[in-house]
Design a protein around this ligand. Structure first.
Ligand code: SIN
Length: 508
């Protein structure tokens, strides 16, 4: 399928050149096998040589863990309202054109996905069921398998993918020279490898592993954002980090357990120890306010009532309904000793989604770098403003995947001969003390660049991050630290609270 870079291999040098033997050149290389990467692959015809790569197994991605659903405009008449809800949730910091594209295109992409065989949940008469979630004016969220929308969508797209997919491929550099991207350097099954491509689409997700408490797949660790910082590629809105309000964090695993927003959409309550709902003090919409408001209200409640828990309460649900609407949450929590709907579960906000990212235009193009594109959570098109509306992320994945592939296919193909890239960090990805520093970084990010920030906390974090950068560290940690620096610098630059960025002045 792929065109190999022409290279004569002398028989006696074969052993030495195994690395070169991997040097394939593709039309399109897609970095990431979540919804954005896979839908981009679905949009590229079979006569293109396309490779999708992912760091681990393909289901280790945020798409796989998405529970609630995928927003869609219900019809043409709903576009204006969906746009308004998205802008309001985003504190009007959004790029309005991107939001209009998101909503308008959803009519096309949803139809395409359903026509291609994706089965969303339907009622007994076969009509699609739409759920309501926080900050949506109406029910317009598609779901599948009850509370396993991401897993179903991911499986569906994996089955439809007609191109090569290569796992265990960890990108540690982008091959960029004179404003053009030629491919990536990556370890493939731990072996340093060069992969050339005329077009490289970054669809590698956000920054979850930077935070001590997060809902993200362990593979989502901000490496490519860090490479962009190194190469002078602009990141945007990096202070806008979204915290999901209802997460069970009392597990030893890095990924904390999400309790989907759809639970509140169906009527679950957030209560204190005494069973009282306190969110109405923060917003008249109570549990259905936008995520930034709900997360902050829980954070503040806990701060004002040290030692007290906050709970998600399902006692109002009929047992049969709950089990059929939320089968996976029911099973997962039963294995932890919580039996729903009768048991309430202690919750905390946790990092969930990078609203900001690698700056791109509405076609996924990155200003100043030919042949390099970004889509999905990794990108910042401005579509989410200062805070993402619930379930707009799977939609963003498909809409901007469609736009980037339409764009690439509409362009005259430029066959480019890659120059030689000498610098290779392949053998120093990790160093001895990285684990300790990574843990320290997660703690700093959570405590100082989290839900509520202060100027002094941000300055302290900035200092600690720079200190770690000057230590003996491996490349992957250095990349994480680049991204962390970008977040702290952006947070320091925005002096006034907006959306997910909440800055508190310390009382004297
Ligand atoms: C959820 O199910 O609450 C998460 C979905 C999203 O992040 O929009």
């Amino acid at each position: 399928m792929c065109r190999m870079v022409k290279k004569r291999l002398k028989p006696n040098s074969l052993k030495k050149l195994t690395r070169e033997a991997w040097m394939a050149k593709y039309d399109v290389l897609i970095v990431g096998a979540g919804i954005a990467g896979l839908y981009a692959a679905m949009g590229l015809p079979q006569n293109k040589s396309v490779l999708v790569i992912c760091k681990d197994v393909p289901w280790e991605c945020n798409t796989f863990y998405a529970q609630g659903g995928m927003t869609t405009a219900l019809d043409k008449n709903d576009i204006a309202l969906h746009v308004r809800d998205t802008l309001e949730a985003g504190a009007f910091h959004n790029d309005k054109e991107a939001v209009e594209i998101l909503s308008r295109t959803s009519l096309e992409t949803t139809k395409d996905i359903i026509r291609s065989g994706m089965e969303f949940d339907r009622d007994a008469s076969g009509k699609i069921l739409y759920a309501k979630e926080g900050a949506h004016s109406i029910a317009r969220v598609l779901h599948a398998g009850g509370d396993a929308t991401g897993r179903y969508l991911h499986h569906f797209m994996m089955m439809r993918n007609k191109h090569g997919l290569q796992r265990n491929t960890l990108v540690y550099d982008l091959l960029i020279e004179d404003g053009r991207c030629y491919g990536v350097k990556a370890t493939v099954n731990y072996q340093p490898t060069t992969i050339y491509a005329d077009s490289v689409i970054i669809a590698s997700g956000g920054v979850g592993s930077l935070y001590q408490y997060n809902t993200n797949s362990r593979t989502v660790s901000a490496d490519i954002h860090g490479i962009c910082v190194e190469k002078g590629i602009a990141l945007e809105d990096m202070e806008m980090m979204q915290f999901h309000p209802t997460v069970f964090v009392k597990t030893p695993y890095a990924r904390k357990l999400l309790l989907t927003e759809a639970l509140r959409g169906e009527g679950a309550h957030i209560v204190n120890e005494a069973g009282e709902r306190f969110l109405f003090d923060a917003d008249p919409r109570g549990e259905l306010a936008s995520r930034d408001i709900v997360s902050r209200a829980i954070f503040n409640y806990k701060r004002e009532h040290p030692g007290e828990e906050v709970y998600l309460d399902f006692s109002m649900f009929d047992k049969e309904f709950f089990h059929s609407r939320f089968p996976n949450i029911t099973k997962q929590f039963a294995s932890l000793g919580y039996y729903f709907p009768q048991d309430r579960v202690p919750i905390s906000p946790a990092f969930h989604y990078a609203v900001g990212g690698i700056k791109s235009d509405i076609n996924g193009c990155i200003d100043g770098i030919e042949g390099l594109y970004v889509i999905g959570e990794a990108a910042s098109t401005g579509v989410h403003g200062a805070n993402r509306l619930a379930s707009n992320s799977l939609l963003e994945g498909v809409v901007f995947a469609k736009r980037v592939t339409d764009y690439i296919l509409s362009k005259e193909t430029q066959r480019v001969k890659p120059p030689k890239f000498d610098n290779d960090h392949g053998n120093i990805l990790h160093k001895e003390n990285d684990k300790i520093y990574k843990q320290k970084l997660r703690q700093i990010m959570w405590e100082e660049i989290g839900i509520v920030r202060t100027k002094s906390g941000l300055l302290k974090a900035k200092n600690m991050i720079y200190d770690m950068k000057n230590r003996e560290i491996g490349r992957l940690l250095a990349l994480r630290l680049n991204t962390a620096s970008a977040i702290v610098e952006a947070a320091l630059d925005r002096k006034i609270s907006l959306g997910t960025h909440y800055i508190e002045s310390v009382k004297a």
